[in-house]
Design a protein around this ligand. Structure first.
Ligand SMILES: Nc1ncnc2c1ncn2[C@@H]1O[C@H](COP(=O)(O)OP(=O)(O)OP(=O)(O)O)[C@@H](O)[C@H]1O
Length: 226
């Protein structure tokens, strides 16, 4: 599903974010990525959807060597990968449903199909009653649900969440986590970079710990660490 072979990343300013990463994440897994601030977690997940490119090494997603992929194939790759961010990144002038529909309009899906698909994912995230609200009329947790719906609307094989609970209170964080678990139960691979010690330690799942750009721990039923 996702493989990295000896992946290194140095940014143009000379900051080395990753050093020799080897990893394999299989279809259907739920993986937490943990580590101190600046360890390289965001860089690690950004490489998976080609928001950043490695300085060295190979990355395979869904069987494709994504660094070798032609530019025109990138939108196709992104359709297989849903991404959720800490700060939601919704378009403020659009309603919840319009935010979710946007990705489908870009690929010119017929209108009726879009309407059905948007209604389905809004129901999945429990927000059928807020379809026409704009982001500033929604709570943080609701905005994150819309962002999850948007990430899922293309039926991706993998959902990448970079600190999805970073801006939410503990109770709302758990709601989002339960939503991600529900999505994982339906077969989608979930990779979640997080600082949420409580969640990682309560829900024992695979934990990949990164420190100073290296994987220092990779455990099947891991913990957050010290
Ligand atoms: N666009 C960039 N340009 C230059 N350096 C960067 C860039 N993004 C990240 N870095 C550097 O790469 C290293 C890893 O950063 P990264 O954001 O991957 O860490 P992180 O573990 O996600 O941190 P946090 O938990 O604070 O989000 C840091 O030293 C950071 O300063």
């Amino acid at each position: 599903m996702i493989e990295m072979h000896d992946v290194w990343k140095t940014y143009p300013n000379g900051a080395t974010a990753l050093q020799g990463i080897d990893i394999r994440i299989d279809r259907g897994e739920f993986v937490y990525v943990v580590g101190p601030s600046g360890a390289g977690k965001s860089t690690f997940v950004k490489l998976m959807y080609r928001a950043e490119r490695p300085t060295k090494g190979q990355i395979f997603v869904n069987g494709f060597n994504i660094d070798r992929m032609r530019e025109r194939r990138i939108p196709y790759l992104r359709r297989h990968i849903g991404v959720v961010f800490q700060d939601f990144k919704l378009l403020p002038q659009l309603t919840a449903a319009e935010n979710v529909a946007f990705a489908l309009e870009v690929i010119e899906m017929p209108r009726r199909q879009i309407r059905r698909r948007v209604a389905d994912v809004m129901e999945l995230v429990g927000l059928s009653h807020k379809m026409h609200a704009r982001p500033n009329e929604l709570s943080g947790g609701e905005q994150q649900r819309v962002a999850v719906a948007r990430a899922l609307v293309n039926n991706p094989v993998v959902l990448i969440a970079d600190e999805p609970t970073g801006n939410l209170d503990p109770e709302t964080s758990w709601e989002i986590l339960r939503l991600l678990e529900k999505i994982n139960d339906r077969g989608t691979t979930v990779v979640m970079a997080t600082h949420n010690r409580d969640i990682v330690n309560t829900r024992k799942k695979r934990v990949i710990a990164i420190e100073q750009g290296r994987i220092v721990r990779d455990e099947e039923r891991g913990v957050y660490g010290l």
